[in-house]
Design a protein around this ligand. Structure first.
Ligand code: SF4
Length: 232
């Protein structure tokens, strides 16, 4: 895809500022670390606010609901490293579905990669024919499967990513996939871990089990590259 010009992007960012998405960090360019799009350069927008309190969360600084200081002017991030891919993660992007839908409408030439827990229904705000939006939902086994199926059925370009530590959890994912008719090619198993050591301790046997069930497997590239270092 042809890269949009810097001038055009700058005009678009003026629209972005009006849309008001609260951010937990200064936007910065990263390589996507997980799943189908791992390794691709993207501008990371990490939203502020999350209601889920997952015990393994590596972004606890996003949990607090947004305050005025989280409305960040991102003009300065437009530089020669510009990418036409934007990742929106959290925190919990589903708290801002309407704002994100406005953002997608305002930037038809940009591809959006939305990483969310998937415990809310996105299908009311996103038309299934939206081609420049790629969802990765990471539902919790015991919470969030309710909308996972609906989001999967009504949106385009949907992957489901499950964070696991055991073979039993992969078995639960298999049960879910079979019950709701989810294509295995759209399911990703990811080991839980915030450090290289934690990931290394799980990768071997989880890889083997994932293959047995016929799912995809993803590591967390950013942990292997940066370990616990943030904002890189
Ligand atoms: S949904 Fe994401 S940001 Fe929220 S607690 Fe869970 S892992 Fe952390």
């Amino acid at each position: 895809m042809k890269q949009p010009s810097l001038k055009k992007l700058t005009q678009k960012w003026e629209i972005f500022k009006m849309i008001k998405l609260p951010l937990a960090e200064q936007p910065h360019f990263v390589f996507q670390g997980e799943g189908r799009y791992a390794g691709q350069k993207m501008l990371l927008l990490r939203v502020q606010g999350c209601t889920l309190n997952c015990p393994w969360c590596d972004s606890k600084h996003t949990w607090k609901m947004p305050e005025e200081k989280h409305w960040i002017d991102i003009d300065e991030y437009l530089n020669d490293k510009v990418s036409n891919k934007i990742m929106i993660t959290g925190g919990q992007p589903s708290l801002y579905i309407e704002q994100i839908a406005d953002l997608v409408d305002a930037y038809p030439e940009i591809d959006f990669y939305i990483e969310d827990d998937g415990s809310y229904d996105w299908s009311d705000n996103f038309n299934p024919i939206d081609k420049n939006v790629y969802f990765t939902f990471s539902p919790k086994i015991d919470n969030g499967l309710q909308f996972a199926q609906r989001n999967y059925n009504y949106l385009k370009n949907v992957d489901l990513k499950f964070v696991v530590t055991s073979a039993a959890a992969i078995q639960e994912v298999a049960h879910f996939a079979e019950t709701f008719g989810i294509d295995k090619d759209n399911i990703w198993i990811m080991p839980q871990g915030e450090t290289r050591a934690e990931l290394f301790s799980l990768i071997d046997f989880l890889c083997d089990k994932t293959l047995v069930y016929g799912f995809n497997f993803t590591i967390r590239n950013h942990i292997f590259i940066y370990n616990k270092k943030r904002y890189v």
